[in-house]
Ligand binder design. Structure first.
Ligand SMILES: [Zn+2]
Ligand SMILES: [Zn+2]
Ligand SMILES: [Zn+2]
Length: 236
């Protein structure tokens, strides 16, 4: 058996022992060491360390879409309130304003169900990641509620004109109190960014295709691939 294949076979055979060791490291507060051990095992199994499997890429796509949907919902609620104020100021334009309000109300009605479904999609994507050190690393990393706030991810958000470039802290806390488990970086539907930018984008109909949340892996080099994998899986 070639050396690489033998190493992969041994790493797989020792998986339960490694898992116990990782748990022990976490108990001792050495989370980073546990992640490094998982990354090593992933390599021993013959994988490129920062080459993410398709299930993780799908998870990222769904999670990004969910983040945009949460921001879209808030965006529409804010628009709705602005229309109420406009109605007070310009009662002669009531017919037009009420039509716009109806349109927004109709859109908003669909959000609770759509977000509920999307949260489940994200969960099912996580389940589809193959069992092993990478999945354990993914799960351990995501137990930290601030997993998305790596230096690189914050710089990326700031570079795209997002709130990480300002002192508002929007990406570090839930944007919607009713959805306190959903935290993420800015999309084109971030209201705070819109105020800072001074102009609006066209309302985004397809939350999965936000130009501000595109996956940079396709256009940039290996150092970004590494940072990207670290942000989403390894946390190193
Ligand atoms: Zn902000
Ligand atoms: Zn951000
Ligand atoms: Zn923002």
């Amino acid at each position: 058996m070639p050396f690489k294949a033998a190493k992969a076979a041994i790493a797989k055979k020792l998986d339960p022992t490694f898992e116990d060791l990782e748990d022990q490291l976490e108990i001792w507060g050495k989370k980073r060491w546990a992640q490094k051990l998982r990354l090593k095992q992933h390599e021993w199994r013959g994988h490129q360390p920062y080459d993410l499997p398709p299930a993780v890429k799908t998870w990222i796509r769904f999670a990004s879409k969910l983040n945009v949907m949460v921001q879209q919902e808030l965006y529409l609620q804010a628009r709705q309130e602005l229309l109420f104020e406009e109605l007070d100021r310009s009662p002669w334009a009531a017919e037009d304003i009420v039509d716009k309000q109806q349109e927004i109300k109709e859109k908003l009605r669909r959000f609770p169900g759509a977000i509920w479904r999307e949260e489940r999609n994200v969960y099912f994507c996580m389940l589809e990641i193959e069992d092993g050190p990478l999945k354990r690393a993914f799960r351990a990393h995501h137990r930290d509620k601030d997993w998305h706030l790596s230096k690189w991810a914050r710089e990326d958000c700031a570079g795209m004109g997002g709130c990480c470039g300002r002192a508002c802290g929007c990406c570090t806390r839930p944007r919607n109190d009713k959805r306190s488990n959903l935290i993420g970086h800015c999309s084109s539907m971030c209201l705070c960014c819109e105020k800072a930018r001074g102009f609006s984008f066209v309302y985004l109909r397809e939350p999965g295709k936000d130009p501000l949340c595109k996956i940079p892996i396709r256009i940039l080099g290996p150092s970004v691939v590494k940072q990207y994998a670290n942000t989403h899986v390894w946390g190193l």
